[in-house]
Design a protein around this ligand. Structure first.
Ligand code: TXA
Ligand code: MG
Length: 318
């Protein structure tokens, strides 16, 4: 029997899609240079065509084949954080189809840090366009099962690489007017980026036509209604036999433990990020009437997790 990896190589060369593991979340991958394969990605995800895709490569040299100009600051960040959860927005070369970038002049590029996907990329002579492998707007997948549950019937292969180590998407950094700018908070903290390039601009909000559609107001959202705030006050207003609580660190009185979920009992933001989407998928399967959640400390990966909580919640005003 062919190995999963060999099957993945074959399918991708034929222009088919394959779900791939990365250290952040699972991706829905296709040949980034093949417009038909790229169109399939938008179709399977039900993704609007104005929301561009990240291009994945396995070396800095390969990234340079698709980027017209690699500014020194971007190169320093790439040297420091690749392979890893950093996506760079850089001017694209013509070879990258406009469909990939939704007609924008920049291409988003990264080297994912997962052995299986790095081996896959090594065996291909094209880069992989891959958004998170979930229906548009829904929770990102951090296990092969998550992908199977939402897109399983639409794709010929899910390459199972276990649970994602980081658990939230990559941090997206661009350089408009040579100013390092964070378009999406993610698996590398703002503080870690600033330690390398000095102060950065962090784009917080967006409208219906965002700079990066991960910035769309409602995104990363569970099916269940989620309210954000002080959990004791929220419980006073929303407690029912199917209310679920999602907290950072502690359990709350007055609600049974099987309806409480804690992101990191020891208060570790890295662990909270690892657990975040997995716990939300689990909660969603319980079909709660409502999820009551609290924000995490606004530092490190807490900022990235809070960003996703706000975009998934009903009561957050932008
Ligand atoms: O960790 C990740 O980044 C995962 C794994 C699979 O690599 N991918 C991921 O892709 O999160 P996606 O498509 O779910 O989110 C990518 C974000 C989108 O919000 C998109 O708008 C933004 O990147 N993006 C991609 N290309 C862009 C471009 N040329 N200009 C501005 N934003 C871009
Ligand atoms: Mg996504």
């Amino acid at each position: 029997m062919q190995s999963q990896l060999a099957r993945a190589v074959k399918l991708l060369k034929q222009g088919e899609l394959v779900a791939i593991p990365t250290e952040t979340v699972y991706g829905l991958a296709g040949n980034a240079l093949d417009e038909k394969a790229v169109a399939k990605i938008f179709d399977v995800k039900n993704r609007p065509s104005f929301d561009p895709l990240i291009v994945h490569v396995d070396s800095l040299e390969k990234a340079k084949e698709y980027v017209a100009h690699f500014p020194p600051m971007a190169e320093v960040l790439a040297q420091k954080f690749w392979a890893g959860p950093l996506t760079l927005l850089l001017p694209k070369k013509k070879i990258i189809p406009d469909l990939v970038t939704s007609g924008l002049p920049n291409v988003a590029v990264r080297i994912p840090n997962h052995p299986l996907t790095l081996e896959l990329l090594k065996q291909l002579d094209f880069p992989l366009a891959a958004p998170s492998a979930n229906p548009f707007g829904y929770l990102s997948p951090t296990t092969a099962d998550h992908v199977r549950q939402s897109l399983g019937e639409k794709i010929p292969l899910i390459l199972d690489g276990g649970s994602c180590q980081i658990g939230i998407e990559s941090t997206i950094v661009g350089f408009p007017a040579d100013v390092p700018t964070i378009y999406r908070k993610g698996g590398i903290s703002v503080e870690d980026i600033e330690r390398i390039v000095g102060q950065v601009v962090v784009l917080e909000k967006s409208t219906s036509h965002p700079a990066a559609p991960g910035m769309l107001i409602r995104h990363y959202a569970p099916h269940a209604k989620m309210y954000l705030g002080n959990i004791d006050s929220l419980l006073a207003a929303h407690d029912s036999p199917t209310t679920v609580v999602l907290s950072f660190q502690r359990y709350y009185d007055g609600i049974p433990s099987h309806r409480q979920f804690v992101l990191s009992p020891k208060g570790d933001l890295v662990e909270a990020a690892q657990n975040f989407f997995n716990i939300l998928h689990h909660i969603d399967h319980l079909h709660p009437s409502v999820i009551l959640a609290e924000l995490l400390p606004e530092i490190g990966l807490g900022r990235a997790i809070n960003d996703r909580l706000r975009r998934g919640a009903m009561n957050y005003s932008h």
